[in-house]
Design a protein around this ligand. Structure first.
Ligand SMILES: [Zn+2]
Ligand SMILES: [Zn+2]
Length: 491
């Protein structure tokens, strides 16, 4: 009794209640653990499934690429009738891997707009080559261009030949930039530009080298080789010819080399082939002969000259040749500065190719007709007609000084002109004031007159001046096309 009574005391009841509560808590705990462990299991299996899914996907992908490779190979191996073995597929994909690691080649060629002249910057992996330095009035322009490109040093400076439209601003370049090696043509010209250049060399304590054919050097990823280095009687043909190669792409620069030098290069079997041809002598008809272009076989051509220049560059004949050969054309006179980018495999351009194949001499022809029209006495009342002829008159005063680069050879007039008290014109062979001028050529029609011809002489801006018949012949004038009034070649 007592025991029973004792058993159901409040403390006993409390004890039992506590125990029950504890059991319930234990049950909850167990459920929670079960739930948690189930959750963890579920989580792990989901992760597992995802991982498995990705791996499967990857396997599918790599299988697909392998299939692709098998397809490519079987396309390439059409004639191969034996089925492809797995080893072959594997070795093919192994062969592909090194291609991805092939170094990326970089070359940038800037055909800088220097008006009537040449100046080209070749840049690769921080190294630089400058080919020519334009006429003497673009020094600041060239300096600014190079500075904008972040250039402080010209590692190689090549001056193709000593005409003023190629060395005119060499003094500025030499003075303003660090210069590495200088390569020059052996042709020496006794004129202001040449002396200014030599003074700048002396000021910077620089020596120059006359390179030999076959000499070469590296500019970043580009290999530069001297294709032709020979002295002729005239500066143009004495131009250094250089080839810049980057991977499978290449550029040929021939300064103002003309038919005579071109013929020699063809006969010597010089390595002339190039993707890009920097058209010699600003597109003059006296350069870019068919035989020469057969060897160069360019895809692209770049012509550097000024719009409406007094020489009629580029000549229609040259443009017709380029067009007939389906060569994409870039023209600084119409498009301004042009940049070519090479990755060693192909070339991209900063502008689209020029569609205009109209020569500068066809413009000259028009002007001559205009002038004849005015001379006849039907002078137009329209002011624009008269003012349009004005800049040409001015140009005629200026051009002979900035552009002694003419079609004429080395002449004895240098010595004679030298006495003209330091004038800029002292080197100029096309200077109409030269007292010993014997022949006058029509630059656009290539017709030769005696200087004292009683017939009609060409307009001032359309004249070539020669001291001898030999010079005229060297510039491409022929007996067939002589004046039928004065017969300079004789009847
Ligand atoms: Zn030139
Ligand atoms: Zn020249």
């Amino acid at each position: 009794m007592n025991k029973n009574k004792q058993k159901w005391t409040p403390s006993f009841i409390k004890n039992i209640a506590e125990k029950r509560e504890e059991k319930r808590r234990e049950k909850r705990r167990k459920r929670l653990i079960k739930f948690l462990s189930f959750g963890v299991l579920l989580f792990i299996s989901i992760i597992g499934l995802i991982v498995a899914g990705i791996t499967e996907n990857n396997q599918e992908k790599s299988e697909a690429s392998l299939t692709k490779e098998v397809e490519t190979i079987s396309v390439e191996q059409k004639e191969d009738t034996t089925p492809l073995s797995i080893e072959r597929v594997i070795s093919a994909s192994e062969e592909k891997e090194p291609l991805a690691e092939e170094p990326v080649l970089e070359l940038k060629v800037h055909f800088i707009d220097v008006g009537q002249g040449d100046c080209t910057l070749v840049e690769s992996k921080g190294e630089t080559l400058l080919i020519d330095a334009g006429p003497d009035d673009v020094g600041t322009k060239i300096q600014k261009y190079l500075m904008d490109e972040g250039i402080t040093k010209i590692d190689y400076f090549v001056l193709t030949h000593p005409d003023s439209d190629h060395i005119g601003s060499a003094d500025v370049v030499v003075t303003k930039f660090d210069i590495g090696k200088i390569y020059m043509s052996s042709f020496i010209k006794d004129n202001k530009y040449y002396h200014d250049m030599l003074d700048a060399f002396a000021y910077k304590n620089l020596k120059w080298t006359i390179p030999k054919e076959g000499d070469s050097f590296e500019v970043g990823d580009a290999h530069v080789s001297i294709v032709h280095s020979k002295e002729y009687e005239d500066p143009n043909n004495s131009s250094l010819v250089i080839k810049v190669t980057c991977g499978e792409t290449s550029f040929l620069f021939a300064g103002d080399a003309e038919a005579t030098a071109e013929k020699d290069m063809v006969e010597q079997n010089a390595d002339l082939s190039a993707t890009v041809y920097h058209v010699s002598h600003h597109g003059s008809y006296t350069s870019s002969t068919q035989d020469f272009l057969d060897r160069v076989k360019p895809e692209y051509a770049v012509i550097s000259c000024a719009k409406d220049n007094a020489y009629g560059h580029p000549h229609q004949e040259t443009l017709d040749t380029l067009k007939a050969r389906n060569i994409s054309l870039f023209r600084i006179d119409l498009q301004g500065g042009i940049i070519a980018f090479s990755d060693g495999k192909g070339i991209e351009w900063s502008v689209a190719a020029a569609k205009n194949y109209e020569g500068g001499d066809s413009e000259l022809e028009k002007k001559i007709k205009e002038e004849q029209f005015i001379a006849i006495g039907n002078k137009s009342q329209d002011n624009s007609e008269t003012t349009r002829t004005m800049p040409d008159d001015k140009k005629e005063e200026k051009n002979p000084t900035t552009d002694s680069d003419s079609k004429k050879g080395k002449t004895s007039s240098d010595a004679g002109n030298k006495n003209q008290n330091g004038s800029d014109q002292k080197d100029d062979k096309s200077n109409p004031d030269s007292s010993n001028v014997a022949y006058i050529g029509n630059r656009s029609k290539h017709k030769l007159h005696r200087a004292d011809c009683k017939g009609k002489l060409p307009a001032e801006y359309n004249r070539d001046y020669f001291n001898s018949l030999d010079e005229a012949v060297a510039a491409g004038y022929t007996k067939e096309n002589q004046c039928k009034n004065c017969y300079p070649f004789g009847k």
